[in-house]
Design a protein around this ligand. Structure first.
Ligand code: CTP
Length: 405
């Protein structure tokens, strides 16, 4: 359980902070809401109090004997400001303390996460960009807004990132110093990262396919983590239904053939490629144009042919110096066997790093956590048993290690 201080600034996206608050409550966290006066014009105090189950604080001078402007910041494990308006970012960057929320931002010693939302012009204005740079230099984590439809008819960067995305980032920043340090360093700024995630579908007929149990959540976590560290990220997503992180370019694919084509094209400009997808190894030799019918007597024999091994192909093509990371989902049964199978696979594929996990019993599929051993050609580089977001950062740490060699 973490103590989250949720600051809400005065923008129309304040209503989406209600959903964020609900997600924190569901993950067992205790949330105290500090809305600005303008935020209360969009969502009232009663709503925040009812959703958080706690008193709502707005004014510096209320309950002065409890010194809330100092206590609230000090007691929090994480401060999240969502939405962070242009005005709030400006006040925070210049260290003003003209309301309770900005007082909290000055007294907080925990990680501070801003999720901006504003019109595109305001976001792109040099003054706002300078304020974001200042806040990042102060160690705050400032998400890039999502692109898309804004209030009114305009579109562009400025939308509040999806509440689920903000929630996932927030969870990865609490209690994991290594992740917080990597995000603060923005050590992938200027880098191009390609991630594949999800499971491919190989069509048998217009309604049936051969598929697998991959949910794509580890791939999404990797894309989110790389974007947080400043990278330009492309996620090649095979049949993923979960919400995508903001500020990540998503290319949707269906089959292993599509996935191979997309990854190979994006690999031309990539510094890091992580193949977290589960591509089908076999595809039907023919796809029936009509729905396959049963005749009531005989079974069905499928003739399958092997698909492209995308990881092996890109590891051998390497159009530029790049770090290539593969995954090895094995039903190993023991850590020693997992390592042995991993070493063999890494040599066979020709990649630089391999993330090995034991999928005996199908435990990791669709879950929040993962349990991995990351190896290179010689040794175990890292192990991680954690939330998929934290595992994603350990994988990127290992990739950055190779990149810096
Ligand atoms: N992979 C790939 N193309 C395929 C199959 C797998 O690029 N056609 C990649 C996966 O994305 C993963 C790695 O190869 O990064 C290992 O996947 P895995 O399914 O464990 O290995 P396979 O090559 O299928 O080997 P096997 O099933 O024989 O263990």
């Amino acid at each position: 359980m973490s103590r989250i201080l949720l600051g809400v600034a005065g923008g129309i996206a304040a209503y989406k902070a209600c959903e964020l608050l609900r997600l924190f409550s569901e993950s067992g966290d205790e949330v105290t809401v500090v809305p600005t006066r303008n935020a209360l014009a969009f969502v009232g105090e009663t709503t925040w109090a009812a959703l958080s189950g706690r008193p709502v604080h707005t004014e510096v001078v209320e309950s002065a004997h409890e010194v809330p402007h100092v206590r609230l910041g000090r007691e929090a494990d994480l401060v999240v400001v969502a939405p962070a308006t242009a005005d709030l970012l400006a006040r925070a960057a210049s260290g003003r303390a003209d309301d309770l929320l900005t007082n909290v931002l000055l007294t907080a010693r925990c990680p501070v996460l801003f999720a901006p939302a504003m019109h595109t012009e305001m976001w792109l204005h040099p003054a706002t960009q300078a304020n974001v740079a200042t806040l990042r230099a102060h160690g705050c984590v400032v998400l890039d807004p999502a692109a898309g439809r804004l209030t009114g008819a305009d579109t562009g960067p400025g939308r509040l990132p999806d509440p689920d995305d903000i929630h996932q980032v927030a969870l990865s920043l609490v209690g994991d110093e290594a992740t917080l340090a990597a995000v603060r360093r923005r050590d992938l700024a200027g880098r191009s990262v390609v991630i594949s995630g999800g499971g491919t579908h190989e069509a048998l007929d217009p309604v049936r396919f051969l598929g697998n149990a991959s949910s794509g959540r580890q791939g999404i976590a990797l894309a989110r983590a790389a974007a947080l560290r400043g990278a330009r990220v492309t996620l090649v997503a095979a049949n993923v239904s979960a919400a995508m992180p903001s500020s990540v370019e998503v290319e949707r694919v269906v089959s292993t053939g599509d996935l191979g084509e997309a990854v190979r094209a994006h690999a031309q400009h990539a510094d890091i490629i992580v193949m977290a997808a589960a591509p089908a190894d076999f595809t039907p030799v023919t796809t029936s144009a009509g729905k396959i019918k049963k005749d009531g007597e005989s079974g069905l024999t499928l003739e399958l042919t092997q698909t492209m091994d995308v990881l092996k192909t890109i590891s051998h093509e390497r159009p530029r110096e790049q770090v290539i990371v593969g995954f090895a989902a094995e039903t190993a049964g023991s850590p020693e066997e997992l390592l042995r199978l991993g070493r063999e696979k890494l040599a066979r594929k020709g990649c630089d790093l391999l993330v090995c996990n034991d999928v005996t019993g199908g435990a990791v599929f669709g879950g929040d956590r993962n349990d991995v051993v990351i190896i290179d050609r010689e040794a175990v580089v890292a192990t991680a048993t954690a939330d998929k977001n934290v595992v994603a950062h350990r994988i990127l740490d290992a990739a950055c290690g190779v990149l810096d060699q």
